[in-house]
Design a protein around this ligand. Structure first.
Ligand SMILES: O=C(O)/C=C/C(=O)/C=C/C=C(\O)C(=O)O
Length: 286
């Protein structure tokens, strides 16, 4: 599908006040459907809703959904934050503030990596406000049964936060996706520009990790409280958040199913965008 929407045309800001949060949030808002899909990005340096989901927004809008991409506190054009507690809960509270401001009572949530952790935290805190959940490469922190933690990808991600250079960015992105030849110089440059535009976000992430290395706690013991239909999507070759985390989600939630992409790393919605879009739209519609 040819992309028609642009980041600039869908860019919005909102001041939110939610519990201990009083901050300006950036988000992208596209489409006018009766049902809304919120997409939550991952925690890499330079990530944003648009960077994570630019291959998906058009398909969802064309299918009749309103799509809201929230940039979490500490990323992109949203306000800075040092997070000393659960970042999953912080993002969930931020999302509640944004949805209240937009007067959206109930939404579907698509979460990538940290976005998946945050979607689960939101569903636990606000059960009546979630329609369906789609979780890719995330949903809970906690140990893997098979892979040493932190994983090689997460170590590279943290190294990039500490030393934000093009060399470290390429090292991280090379294990981020299955087929590194799909990454263009243009994509590397856009990501580097995003990162370096907000050095405060990079410094704050490092400070947050020093204050609390477990930014994404294990939500495993509470997964059984989530009754809504959930589609868990993983890359077989994910070197950031291992596949068995996805299996834990399927075992834990009441109504979850899983799809595993062959030849896919940590970015299923980008690496297999067309099939991802068709599969998620079908899941949301039935
Ligand atoms: O540590 C975790 O469990 C989560 C890691 C991430 O959220 C990594 C995400 C990276 C991206 O999605 C990105 O676009 O950089």
């Amino acid at each position: 599908m040819t992309a028609t929407l642009t980041e600039a045309a869908t860019s919005r800001f909102m001041r939110i006040s939610e519990g201990d949060i009083d901050a300006q949030i950036h988000y992208n808002d596209a489409g006018e459907g009766a049902e809304t899909v919120v997409m939550l990005h991952g925690s890499g340096p330079g990530a944003s809703g648009w960077a994570n989901f630019h291959r998906n927004v058009d398909a969802f809008v064309a299918a009749g959904y309103r799509v809201v991409l929230m940039d979490c506190l500490g990323w992109s054009k949203s306000d800075p934050v040092v997070c000393t507690g659960s970042r999953s809960d912080l993002n969930a509270r931020t999302l509640k503030g944004l949805l209240d401001g937009l007067k959206l009572d109930k939404v579907h949530i698509v979460g990538n990596s940290m976005g998946g952790h945050s979607a689960v935290a939101f569903a636990l805190a606000n059960p009546a406000r979630v329609g369906k959940l789609v979780l890719m490469g995330g949903g809970t922190g906690g140990p893997s049964q098979f892979v040493p933690m932190p994983t090689e990808g997460i170590k590279l991600l943290q190294g990039l936060y500490r030393e934000p250079t093009i060399e470290n960015l390429k090292k991280m992105m090379n294990v981020f996706v299955f087929d590194a030849s799909s990454l263009t110089e243009e994509l590397f440059q856009a990501r580097l520009d995003n990162m370096l535009a907000r050095r405060d976000h990079l410094d704050n992430f490092v400070k947050s990790l020093a204050a609390n290395p477990k930014q994404f706690p294990d939500q495993g013991p509470r997964l059984g409280e989530i009754p809504v239909p959930a589609l868990v999507i993983w890359g077989r070759d994910d070197r950031f958040v291992p596949l068995d985390t996805g299996l834990r989600l399927v075992w834990g939630m009441q109504n979850a199913e899983m799809h595993i992409f062959n030849r896919c790393g940590h970015w299923a919605q980008w690496e297999h965008a067309d099939k991802f879009n068709r599969m998620v739209l079908d899941f949301l519609a039935h």
